[in-house]
Design a protein around this ligand. Structure first.
Ligand SMILES: [Zn+2]
Length: 111
């Protein structure tokens, strides 16, 4: 199947070229999901850079990003925001991230 007449997924998000036909809905949805995944990745990198790559709980090397309030604002916005995330050690099971996820400890203060 030749799909060369279709615009690329990158064109569907933010870089739409005016003379091209719109993407089929399924590809448009996929492009939006990819764009939001890229945005989350960019925000998580910014969180790690802000925290100097260190765990905000114990000061060890930060390995993951924890969402302080895991729910987005009103369900419309993602919880992955610079003001809602901190760098922590471990993953969602081990280290400070695991302890936060299991509510053994609480992060108090501002991200
Ligand atoms: Zn830690």
């Amino acid at each position: 199947m030749d799909l060369s007449h279709l615009p690329s997924l990158a064109d569907a998000v933010g870089r739409r070229r005016p003379n091209l036909k719109p993407l089929p809905r399924i590809l448009e949805r996929k492009a939006k999901v990819n764009a939001s995944a890229r945005e989350e990745k960019r925000i998580k990198a910014a969180v790690k850079a802000r925290d100097g790559g260190c765990c905000r709980v114990c000061g060890k090397r930060g390995e993951s990003v924890h969402e302080i309030d895991p729910k987005g604002m009103g369900g419309s916005k993602t919880a992955v925001r610079l003001d809602n995330c901190i760098t922590v050690c471990g993953d969602g099971v081990r280290g400070c991230h695991g302890r936060l996820q299991r509510c053994e400890i609480r992060f108090k203060g501002k991200a």
